[in-house]
Design a protein around this ligand. Sequence first.
Ligand SMILES: *[C@@H]1O[C@H](CO)[C@@H](O)[C@H](O)[C@H]1NC(C)=O
Ligand SMILES: *[C@@H]1O[C@H](CO)[C@@H](O)[C@H](O)[C@H]1NC(C)=O
Ligand SMILES: *[C@@H]1O[C@H](CO)[C@@H](O)[C@H](O)[C@H]1NC(C)=O
Ligand SMILES: *[C@@H]1O[C@H](CO)[C@@H](O)[C@H](O)[C@H]1NC(C)=O
Ligand SMILES: *[C@@H]1O[C@H](CO)[C@@H](O)[C@H](O)[C@H]1NC(C)=O
Length: 484
Amino acid sequence: MTTSVKFVLLLCAVLLDTGLSRPSLDGDDGYQMDDYANDDDPDTNVSDYEEEKEYTGPPPEFTVQSMMLEAHEGDTVTFPCSWKVPVNDLKERPNFPVMWKNGTSSLIMGAIIATTDKRVQSNGSNLILTDVRPTDRGTYTCEILSSETPMDLHHSLEVFEAPKVAKIHPNKSSIVVEAGEALTLSCDANGYPKPTISWIKKRKAKEETFKGPTLNFEKVAPSHSGEYECTAENTYGKSNPAHVKVVVHYKPKVTAIKERVISGVEYESELECRVDSEPKAKVKWQRDGRLIEPSNDFEVTHMNHIYKLKIRKTKTSDFGIYTCEAENTLGSAKSTIDLTRMPSTPALKKVNHADDGSSVEFEWTLESYAPISQYELRYRNKMSEDWKSESPAVTDAEGNIYTVKHKLSPQPPGEYEVVLVSTNEFGSSRSAPHTFQLTHELGVAEPRGEPEPQKIPESGNNGSETRPRLMALLTVLSLSTFFL
Ligand SMILES: *[C@@H]1O[C@H](CO)[C@@H](O)[C@H](O)[C@H]1NC(C)=O
Ligand SMILES: *[C@@H]1O[C@H](CO)[C@@H](O)[C@H](O)[C@H]1NC(C)=O
Ligand SMILES: *[C@@H]1O[C@H](CO)[C@@H](O)[C@H](O)[C@H]1NC(C)=O
Ligand SMILES: *[C@@H]1O[C@H](CO)[C@@H](O)[C@H](O)[C@H]1NC(C)=O
Ligand SMILES: *[C@@H]1O[C@H](CO)[C@@H](O)[C@H](O)[C@H]1NC(C)=O
């Protein structure tokens, strides 16, 4: 049989897609037909096959190396494979058949296309793949079926691909966890080059970004609630995001906006507490264990987290301790609010040091609906236990706000603390202690530099009038370490 006839027959075999069914064109070993596949190889002489000789020379060597091929979708890729044997005599040159595999499945055996995939072609000992797809990614092996030991050459194919989220865990639009439980969010993506994965947590207007495919929470906290969005990104772009909403359930938390509310008879009083809860809590207001129902006298409202109890016209009997209690499926919590006619805790507004360092002027403000009967300004040298006292004059209130201005020039110079106590017919309220320095005695001062501004600690709204003296001393101690 002539080579040309054989070639035509082989072509037919390929075109008819006979697959693995090896054509016995001439009774030869099918592999012999590789001669044609190799006819672009200069080392090969087509006529060699006619003289079937057992090759006994040195083993073949590949003349190309393993490589990593990259292609875009739709491209044509040529996987090279060539080899030589170190013999000089052309007559000695063997014609080893070449087999191509995709992973472990055969694509080409000699000249036979062993796959139904029409994109696979052979060109000599090379493999040509047209119309590349992302699924073609993998290892392609060229194997020389030499009589000695078969030899393998591996190429890998990577197909550029825009990233796509392949898996998200948990794959649910929303997941509910209890505070304290463990939670893992993970995300997997396809694409080439290998995409980087990041999570974005969205909660209200706030966004936080986390790098990496996994988010691990050993113990979830209420603050972990939110919309989590996983995106994969490579040089091709960004994937569509995959979402999971995390809802953390927890016992309500209740805080009074003001623990003491100052009011007066006939005035409107407003008690407020903040409730944080998931699921949403039922909130009730109580006075001495009795539930307060909305009525002409009481208005109960809420907006977002803030729950309000409004007493439209406060009566004498309305003063006292109220509780704001919130309950959900996981438990309940409450906070108390004192509705009182006592003066509010005086708040220190200004501290002016005289330029000569010999005196300090203070200004406090406070709120009282009943007239203030007296102020007592107590101060002491911090080296001593003895409190001294002065009585600033009571001036008229503006609205229900009283302002107290007073200058102190205690002797000798040193570190002092001062407290203002204000009293009306319902009780007394004491300011948080304030520490100040005097550097010079009155009248014997030398001019000194800029007075150092002193910070005014927030006195808040705490009922400090009932606080025992020991507590005040402890506060002073901690304040003084802060200022030193
Ligand atoms: C192949 O062998 C024949 C003789 O057997 C020779 O005439 C011819 O030149 C050879 N061809 C090549 C490409 O080596
Ligand atoms: C097949 O190989 C020959 C020689 O190497 C080359 O010229 C030709 O372009 C190749 N064909 C394809 C389709 O790659
Ligand atoms: C290679 O094998 C994979 C499966 O392992 C398949 O999806 C792909 O189409 C194959 N490619 C070719 C060219 O045969
Ligand atoms: C989520 O699950 C659905 C079906 O259960 C599946 O069709 C989808 O591909 C999954 N999505 C991801 C991103 O894992
Ligand atoms: C009230 O006092 C308590 C304990 O003394 C303290 O924890 C709290 O922060 C204070 N509140 C305000 C508003 O100052």
